[in-house]
Write a protein that binds this ligand. Structure first.
Ligand code: G3D
Ligand code: MG
Length: 213
């Protein structure tokens, strides 16, 4: 039997401060939730290895914005070579929904798919987080029609209500994003990353095999 193919995907996780980005990554990568941890210090990403199918292994490198949200936009270096992204907002804070379009525009302005993949927009999934709090009477659930419209208008490939606390929809959202990247990969073949991008990915991979936090 032949060796499984391995893909390494850099995924951005952005959104306003306190929306739950770090909690979502911790839940997805380590399957833990704790409300009193200190913000990420110095470590910017986590690695999740997924046996997607008998033939395919996906190494997902999740980049956490780690306290730099106050700048409102990120440098190109942070976005470089990303193939997908999550934009996170908080169901209990309406203002974070306004942040969503700002983050999406920032992504679209600063990163695109590799030339070999047609160079279009990277796939971005919108996460409306803290659904457990809505179930407890805080904030309110989204209006699905409005969310569909928002996605259509701003080019999100899909939205999910999530909870890092209850572990709701995080695997589903990640699967959806991975699938959309794999579909592009299968259409176009593996991208020919520039040498420095490859090195950047490989170095961060080697340094952070244990994940974030
Ligand atoms: P950030 O990385 O986007 O800044 P964090 O956000 O992951 O640090 O989360 C901010 C606060 O929201 C944290 O609370 C965290 O526990 C809480 N939180 C994150 N996701 C969820 C969720 O799905 N449900 C609930 N109920 N809380 C969540 P503290 O109290 O530590 O500031
Ligand atoms: Mg954080």
């Amino acid at each position: 039997m032949s060796e499984p193919r391995e893909y390494l995907y850099k995924i951005l996780v952005v959104g306003d401060l306190g929306t739950g980005k770090t909690s979502i990554i911790r839940r997805y990568v380590h399957n833990i939730f704790s409300s009193n941890y200190k913000s990420t210090i110095g470590v910017d990403f986590a690695l999740k290895v997924i046996q997607w199918s008998p033939e395919i292994i996906v190494r997902l490198q999740l980049w956490d914005i780690a306290g730099q949200e106050r700048f409102g936009n990120m440098t190109r270096v942070y976005y470089k070579a990303a193939l997908g992204a999550f934009v996170v907002c908080d169901l209990t804070r309406q203002s974070t929904f306004e942040g969503v379009t700002k983050w999406k525009d920032d992504i679209d302005a600063k990163v695109s798919l590799p030339e070999a993949w047609g160079g279009g927009r990277i796939p971005v999934v919108l996460l409306a987080n803290k659904s457990d709090l809505v179930n407890d009477g805080h904030g309110q659930h989204v209006n699905p029609a409005e969310m569909d419209e928002l996605c259509e208008k701003h080019g999100f490939i899909k939205w999910f209500e999530t909870s890092a606390k209850d572990n709701t929809n995080i695997d589903e959202a990640a699967k959806f994003l991975i699938k959309s990247i794999l579909d592009i990969e299968e259409q176009h073949g593996s991208p020919d990353l520039e040498e420095d991008e490859r090195i950047q990915l490989e170095e961060s991979n080697a340094n952070n095999s244990g994940g974030c936090c």
